[in-house]
Design a binder for this molecule. Structure first.
Ligand code: AMP
Length: 214
């Protein structure tokens, strides 16, 4: 299966993608996690990306598209993928379409997670992230078993630099300007499914599951 997850920052794409990957064996490709790894490793790509990420801006399309070619090819060999954070612009969506066409493949689903903006602001304000494995928690709604420590890999949890209120405001603005048009782009291709992303993690997962089963 080839699935794209769309939605505002903080809507729960990463959380749902991890569950789908664990429970359904889909290969999750999270561009934000890949970029944060590059930043941690101090690579040239990481240095370029950090300037944009810390401000809540998008990393330029060409940088992302070039990075994704390799990961998409790898995941294709494993039989499919779940894209979390890519595409984020219409330009990137067109590059993905070209990649799929070259390989004679198609997307199965584009799932757009939808929730009011106030809800995502609250979710981002309490978010804790494991920079080692990408797992995310919430101080109140989904705390780790041990304070400050990742349940999955025992690394220290951190608040992402771009989860501070000013960067969050910018990320939401950038989302509306650059990423929201993807909803219409995929609706026009009749592969868009909108999912109500309010409620608990399991409630949202069940809604996704019903769409995939149907
Ligand atoms: P995320 O973890 O998905 O919230 O992504 C964190 C940050 O990484 C974003 O705010 C962007 O700066 C950058 N980023 C992630 N994915 C992309 C993408 N597809 N295109 C451009 N920038 C991206």
């Amino acid at each position: 299966m080839r699935i794209v997850l769309l939605g505002m920052p903080g809507v729960g794409k990463g959380t749902q993608a991890r569950l789908l990957s664990l429970r359904k064996g889909l290969v999750q490709i999270a561009t934000g996690d890949l970029l944060r790894q590059e930043v941690e490793n101090g690579t040239e790509l990481g240095k370029t990306a950090k300037q944009y990420m810390d401000q809540g801006e998008l990393v330029p399309d060409q940088v992302i598209i070039q990075m994704m070619e390799k990961y998409l090819d790898e995941a294709e060999r494993k039989g499919g993928y779940l894209l979390d954070g890519f595409p984020r612009t219409v330009e990137q969506a067109k590059a993905l379409d070209e990649h799929l066409e070259r390989n004679g493949k198609k997307l199965d689903y584009v799932l757009a997670l939808v929730t009011p903006e106030e809800e995502v602001v609250t979710r981002l304000a309490g978010r804790l992230t494991c920079l080692n494995c990408g797992a995310t928690y919430h101080q109140k709604n989904n705390p780790p078993k041990t304070f400050g420590t990742c349940d999955v890999c025992s690394s220290r949890l951190q608040t992402r630099a771009d989860d501070d209120p000013e960067a969050v405001r910018n990320r939401l603005r950038v989302y509306l300007e650059k990423s929201a048009p993807l909803v219409d782009y995929y609706r026009a291709k009749s592969i868009l499914r909108e999912i109500d992303a309010s409620g608990t993690i399991e409630e949202v997962y069940d809604r996704i599951q019903s769409v995939l089963e149907a």
